[in-house]
Design a protein around this ligand. Sequence first.
Ligand code: AMP
Length: 426
Amino acid sequence: MKFTDLGIIEPILKALQDEGYTHPTPIQEKSIPILLERKDLLGCAQTGTGKTAAFTIPILQHLYNSKNDYVGKRKVRSLIVTPTRELAIQISENITAYGKYTGIKNVVIYGGVKQAAQTNALRSGTDILVATPGRLLDLISQGYITLKDVKYFVLDEADQMLDMGFVHDIKKIISKLPVKRQSLFFSATMPNAIIDLSGKILGNPQKVTIKPKQATAEKVEQAIYFVSKPNKPKLLIHIIENNPNSSVLVFSRTKHGADKIVRVLGKSHIKAAAIHGNKSQGARQRALGNFKKGELNILVATDIAARGIDIDELSLVINFDLPNIPETYVHRIGRTGRAKASGIALSFCNAEEKAYLKDIQKLISQEIPVISEHPFIDDGIEDAPIPKGPSKNQKKKIQRRSENKPKEGEETNKKKRWRPYSKKRR
Ligand code: AMP
């Protein structure tokens, strides 16, 4: 199937051609016809599948076709809510690219920066608003935005929203939307909390599922290095030195760990930068911009900061730590091997992380090949027993806790909980 078979209007087809896209990805092929018919959609898919174009193309088309239905200043007729600043910026850039011949305008707003530039952009009106939840509610309460004209609503990366503690913000946003609208809901995973939330947003949705393992794991060449914790930095330096000029995205489980990796690499004269929730928005954008332009070869990121980052020509992903949530592994390796490209993902696993490896392999239904010859091999690790992970009940508790707890990387609108007394110890 080609894009020309999907009923897409000429100005958008022309922009897709400029991007070099000829054939729709599976999610685009399935979703675009449903969305052009103005039906609600529940999409189980992650970034890297071509999801953004799947939802932005039909929205652009609807807005273009109803361009003459109103007069005066542009009104927010489409709202796209996404969890992180990086994703918001990326979606906005995609809309600008796909919509460049339509005359449809988009504005992006996110927290962590002064609001003046954003409120100025809003003042002259916009057709599409891309937003993170905290800043959106903030600007609504200040009277800069109204959602009463929204006809097309997208909730992107819903599972990530819940992980970051945005559930109440999302419910508040939904309560401000007109009842009559088309709603699109995307999530990489579909646990019960997500299905409940989708029920509050969608009418009678069509469902489209693009499994992550089909989308990424197949195309990405993966390998495991069994290596002790103290040897991980040495192995990282060894791999980077053996892959000169490659752009490498290194994942760290913690912000502190990410900074430490940058310092260790610096001591070996390897230039790297970290992006995580404690870095200012300016520093994050600068590091990411330099990495995308190829001026910086090594970027070290935590999961939340790197979520959805789209980098052309990313040759290598290195999991310095294995993630404790198996789906996160799929997200991480999905940063390489985007759309039709292929990529390489290497993971470092110490004895304590073997339980995580077991869960990951179960999720992707693949045994990841082990690189058994490297200079920092520690024979004990490969044969070590798998540590016992948390029980099913403990896992549920962890999941519940993470659904309510805001994490790094985003602003929230929540006020600090009032405590009747302080627990200071003397
Ligand atoms: P997304 O899942 O929206 O983050 O998209 C992943 C990557 O695939 C991005 O780099 C897009 O620019 C690219 N992409 C999206 N649709 C297509 C397509 N039909 N053909 C080729 N590349 C695409």
